[in-house]
Design a protein around this ligand. Structure first.
Ligand code: DGJ
Length: 317
């Protein structure tokens, strides 16, 4: 395999199996990129793959399944990993960050009961290793607010934020997490009221925070937008368009900074959803460009050449 990825095509792990890590997140830890994402096959909720070059992905583990160990923490939560009909619940958009103080890998995810879409809750799980069997700590609504599409953002000083769509997706909430990342400390911001943004993805460059989101149209892609702020808790800009009117047929999953020997570039990872044919969903990787404060742009390339060591992401026609 070359180091070229073909956007929107089926990607395979190093064993030749289709890579299922939808709505996911990449954590860079000790020289390894861990890609976590949804895998709705059989009893699986979240799968984890590992890579050092961002192109060749080794399957590591199904880190969260219907059979995962369950343990309540001090958060009063619903601990069930199956619904009242005995079926799977719906766990979407898993994100994992590492807590240096507790030495735990902490996963946050959107929870629905698999029967309807009314739970609108957040769920938490932890593990001592990045790709081990995560222990599920249950789902709850932050301060009682609805919480659907979500992401995590870990700042340079170790502060972490859980960001999710609230009020039937009308608004985006930013919550600061407690020091151990297991619960919410404060609701620090409520953004873009009534704009119905979802699929939040955050990056920080030169001290400025950028958030990409999509509009709410189910599995169908729509115009991506971004905004920026000098602080997570401060005033965010208005929403500005980015990419084309379908975000190149994708919805944001996350943004990964890739710091190599020579440069840092920002990788946009989008889900190209298969809709009803969920397991036909694929991914697109594109370089996000930022030349001046407040400006973010995304161009389409059918192929991407990755050089993680250098930190370069090159679009190819
Ligand atoms: C859009 C969300 O962003 C996805 O995570 C998923 O929940 C779909 N809606 C389901 O329609």
């Amino acid at each position: 395999m070359s180091d070229i990825l073909k956007n929107g095509e089926k990607w395979f792990d190093t064993e030749g199996n289709v890579l299922h890590a939808h709505g996911g997140y990449i954590l860079f830890q000790d020289g390894v990129y861990y890609w976590y994402g949804e895998n709705r096959l059989n009893n699986i909720y979240v799968s984890c793959y590992a890579s050092t070059d961002l192109v060749h992905w080794e399957f590591r583990n199904h880190i969260l399944t219907t059979d995962s160990a369950v343990q309540g923490t001090r958060v009063r939560a619903d601990l069930s990993l199956k619904n009242e009909k005995g079926g799977k619940v719906n766990l979407e958009r898993p994100k994992v960050i590492y807590n240096k103080k507790t030495k735990k890998y902490v996963l946050w995810i959107h929870y629905e009961n698999g029967i309807n879409y009314h739970c609108a809750a957040a769920a938490v799980a932890t593990c001592d290793t990045p790709d081990g069997d995560f222990v599920y700590h249950g789902s709850f609504r932050p301060y009682g607010y609805m919480s659907r599409d979500c992401t995590l953002f870990q700042d340079e000083d170790g502060s972490a934020y859980f960001i999710s769509a609230a009020r039937e997706n009308a608004d985006i909430h930013i919550y600061k997490l407690q020091e151990d990342y297991l619960n919410i400390a404060r609701l620090v911001n409520r953004l873009w009221q009534g704009e119905y943004r979802e699929a939040p993805a955050v990056m920080k460059k030169d001290g400025v925070y950028y958030m990409m989101t999509s509009f709410c149209t189910g599995w169908a892609p729509n115009q991506g937008k971004y905004a920026y702020a000098d602080s997570m808790e401060g005033e965010w800009s208005m929403l500005y368009k980015i990419g084309d009117k379908t975000t190149y047929n994708s919805q944001p999953a996350f943004i990964l900074p890739i710091t190599g020997q020579t440069e840092t570039q920002y990788l946009y990872v989008g889900d190209r959803w298969g809709g009803e044919a969920y397991h036909e969903s694929s991914y697109i990787f594109l370089p996000l460009k930022n030349h001046q404060k407040g400006e973010l742009s995304l161009e389409w390339y059918p192929e991407i050449e990755m050089d993680a060591a250098k930190g370069s992401i090159t679009g190819k026609e």
